[in-house]
Every structure is written in structure tokens, then in C-alpha cells.
Design a protein. Structure first.
Length: 460
């Protein structure tokens, strides 16, 4: 009888271990909430002081404390770790604040992030500066980019779109007010279209003018035509649309100048240098221009096409240099974007503050996207695997960078969002001739949507 009980207990233990291993592989979020979180908290509490000492994050205690300890206990005074705050569990990990000792800085803690990860049994540890003397440790329990689930609370707003998930389990916001223009690079099937799709669907619900240039005969942007205020599907149409946008930009500057030329007794807060300082009833709607496969606008075969290309590049550079104050923003997408495209390409790229680099076919392409703003991110961009479409390295001119991944959004759902929000498209007289004619657009069919799903299988 005893042997039967022992065998039953052993079988139950093996079943529990097997179930935990299966959950950790197939359902990491559930495993973390039930098993991983308690284990990691126990390790953290049990080894906090020794781990901080091993990482070199302890300091000598104040003299008064050392004297008090010696007088009360007559034992050796040991270095003390940073004071720990309350542990706050999350669905993807846990957060904890540390008060740094005098002489310590956030870089000291960040340098030990890999050691802390192994000591406490978590997937990754990230350090964020809260205020002078206080940092926040964000411990991530599992690889959140393997199966993307956006946070429930998303801090969106005007021209702020939560478009992807960062590797620290926070949302990546595309903020056009902070980063006016962006370059999105990536090879075929790397996830550029999914990024663009999420961005368009997020902006469609806002009172923003959406315009597009898609020289692949509109196959990428045509499904979103009901929400677009302008669409060019070949270089000839693009050569007509860009001057119209420049004209709209110049008209907006005239509007700003008129506001600046008001009476001398006008309050200081009513004087502005961009459209965001104008009153709500006078401010024109912001414009976001999407350019898909920008290299198609640079390629030429004849001298006549070369003249057209030079003119378009000039308009592009003017929009990139002057468009922000007029409320005009650029989203430039392509597979490669370097000096080999021709005159003006490097100058235009220098105006694109934000950079998103998906999987690329060579290191040179990664350097085009990130080499001039975050050189250490180039190797991370080259290591993006093909089996994780949508995974990208994002950076900006501040030098910071991180890995992100866009959630899966079907073409049918994104197109439905644009149809439902078509009434939100602001009227812009200058762009009226370029508004896509919906009667000439083919009816949406469910058939072509099916091949899109395998491009982002891990986020379904």
C-alpha cells in the first residue's frame, strides 16, 4: 500500500513538473503569473543584499550607523545595498524602485542588469531613471516579443499612436509632435507593411489628414483609400502631389505670419511660430504623408525622369526641413535608403529623426538606418531573425534604441477601420484633386487577405 502511495505521489509530481514546463513554453504569461512570479520574488527577497554586494552596488554605511551597530551588537559593519521600495507585480514581470546611495548613478545599476537577471531568474532587467537618486528596475519574466500582447492601458493622444510593444513590455508610441519625421527600413516580409498598417489604423480615428505615395500601383495603400485625403500611385502622380503639399505648407506659413503681425498690445501667449500656437478655430489639421518604397521615386531611366526626380527630391527635402512647424509630417518606408539612390538621398535621410529598422539583408542597410544615430544598434538590427516578422530596432537622434514588435493586424481589419472613419478626414482644398476616387477602386474581397496572415504568425 505504501509503495502505491509513493508511486502516485511521484506520478503527481512528474505531472506537475511536466505541466509547468509545457505552460512555460506554450503559455509563458500564465506560467509567469502562477509559478515564475512567486519564485522570482522569493529569490529577490532572499538574495537581495548578497546580490547587490556581488554586483558592487553596496556602499559603506554612514559613520553614525556604524558606531551604533558596533555599540549595540559589537559585530562587523558590512556595506549596505541601495534601499529597496515596494515590489509591484505586473502581468509581464515586476517593478521595484531603488534609492541610490551617495556617489552612485543609474549607469552603475544598468551595468549590472545582466547579473541581476541571472540572480533573480527573469528574462531581462531594465533600468529607468525616475528622478535624481531614484531608479526603477523593470523585471520582465518572459520574452514578450515572442507573442505580442499590447498593454491594456495605452497612453495615446493627438498624433500619438501606440504602434508596437517594446522589449521591456511597455508600448512604443509613435509621437509626431516629438519625432516629426521617420524612416522605416526592412527587407521583404520583414514587417514594414504591418507597422504601416498599425500606424494608419491608429491615425484614422484622429482628425488628421492622411496622404500617401505608393509607387507599387497602390497595392499597399489603396485598401485605406476611404480615409486618405490624397493618394499617388506612380511617380508622375507623386510629382504633382508633392508641389501641392509644398504649396499647402507655404499657405500655412502665411497663416502663421498673419498671426505674428497682429497689434503690439496682443498678449505674448498669442504670438506663435508654428501651427500649434494658433487658436483651435484657426489651426489647420495636421498632415501625415506616407511614402511606401521611397526608392521608386529616385530610380530613373531617362534624362526627363532625372529632371522629375531632382524636382521631387527638392520638394521632399523642403517638406522635411520646414514641414514640422506647418504641421506636416513624413513617414518614409523602403528596403534601402542610402547615397546610391542619387543626389539628395543622404540629405533627406538626415532630416528623418526617427528610425525603425526591421530585418535587413545586409549590414550596410542597417547602417543606413541606425549607423549615424546609434552605432551600437546596428549589430542588433543585423541579428533580427526571419521567423519573427515585425521585430525591429527603433532609435532616434538622442542615441537611445530598443527592440520593438508590432502586433498582428489583418489587412481586412485595417481597411474596415479606415472605411468606418472616412468621415473624420478633414477637407484640404489643396489636396482635393488628389483624393482617391472610390468608384474606381475594386471592391474588397476576402480572398487576398489570407496570404497576409503567415507574415506575422507569432502574434495572432
Amino acid at each position: 500500500m505504501t509503495d502505491l502511495v509513493t508511486v502516485a505521489e511521484l506520478g503527481g509530481s512528474l505531472a506537475a513538473i511536466g505541466g509547468a514546463a509545457y505552460a512555460r513554453h506554450s503559455h509563458p504569461a500564465a506560467y509567469w503569473s502562477t509559478v515564475g512570479l512567486p519564485l522570482s520574488v522569493a529569490r529577490l527577497l532572499a538574495s537581495y543584499s548578497s546580490t547587490m554586494d556581488a554586483c558592487g552596488l553596496t556602499v559603506e554605511p554612514p559613520r553614525w550607523r556604524a558606531l551604533a551597530v558596533r555599540a549595540a551588537t559589537r559585530r562587523e559593519v558590512r556595506p549596505v545595498p541601495p534601499r529597496r521600495g515596494v515590489i509591484r507585480p505586473t502581468t509581464t514581470g515586476l517593478r521595484m524602485r531603488l534609492r541610490l546611495a551617495p556617489g552612485q548613478e543609474p549607469a552603475d545599476v544598468a551595468a549590472s542588469a545582466e547579473r541581476l537577471r541571472h540572480a533573480w531568474g527573469v528574462h531581462a532587467v531594465y533600468v529607468r531613471d525616475i528622478r535624481p537618486g531614484v531608479v526603477e528596475l523593470r523585471l520582465v519574466g518572459f520574452d514578450v516579443l515572442k507573442k505580442v500582447r499590447m498593454p491594456r492601458r495605452l497612453d495615446g493622444g493627438p498624433l500619438r499612436v501606440p504602434v508596437a510593444l517594446r522589449e521591456d513590455a511597455t508600448a512604443f508610441l509613435r509621437d509626431y509632435r516629438a519625432v516629426p519625421h521617420e524612416l522605416v527600413l526592412g527587407a521583404t516580409l520583414s514587417g514594414k507593411s504591418m507597422y504601416l498598417r498599425n500606424l494608419l489604423a491608429g491615425l484614422a480615428a484622429q482628425p488628421v489628414v492622411l496622404a500617401g505615395i505608393d509607387c507599387k500601383r497602390g497595392v499597399e495603400l489603396a485598401p485605406f483609400a476611404p480615409r486618405l485625403s490624397a493618394l499617388a500611385t506612380d511617380p508622375d502622380e507623386a510629382a504633382e502631389l508633392l508641389p501641392a503639399l509644398v504649396k499647402e505648407m507655404e499657405d500655412r506659413y502665411e497663416l502663421i505670419k498673419a498671426r505674428q503681425g497682429i497689434a503690439p498690445n496682443t498678449p505674448q501667449e498669442l504670438i506663435t511660430s508654428d501651427v500649434w500656437g494658433l487658436p483651435d478655430n484657426e489651426r489647420p489639421a495636421p498632415i501625415v504623408l506616407f511614402i511606401d518604397e521611397v526608392a521608386e521615386l529616385f530610380l530613373v531611366a531617362t534624362r526627363k525622369e532625372e529632371e522629375r526626380r531632382d524636382e521631387m527630391v527638392t520638394h521632399f527635402i523642403r517638406l522635411a526641413q520646414l514641414g514640422r512647424a506647418a504641421g506636416i509630417y513624413l513617414e518614409v518606408c523602403g528596403q534601402r535608403f542610402g547615397a546610391e539612390l542619387g543626389k539628395g538621398a543622404t540629405m533627406l535621410r538626415a532630416q528623418l529623426t526617427g528610425r525603425v529598422c526591421h530585418r535587413v539583408n545586409d549590414e550596410a542597410s542597417a547602417k543606413m538606418a541606425l549607423g549615424d544615430i546609434a552605432p551600437e544598434a546596428v549589430s542588433a538590427a543585423c541579428a533580427v531573425p526571419a521567423e519573427l516578422p515585425g521585430l525591429a530596432v527603433v532609435g532616434d537622434t538622442s542615441g537611445g534604441w530598443s527592440r520593438i514588435r508590432t502586433p498582428y493586424l489583418s489587412l481586412a481589419d485595417a481597411a474596415a477601420t479606415c472605411r468606418a472613419t472616412a468621415g473624420l478626414a478633414p477637407d484640404v482644398t489643396t489636396l482635393a484633386p488628389f483624393r482617391p476616387c472610390l468608384s474606381q477602386m475594386p471592391a474588397a474581397a476576402p480572398g487576398p487577405v489570407a496570404p497576409v496572415a503567415p507574415a506575422h504568425p507569432a502574434t495572432e
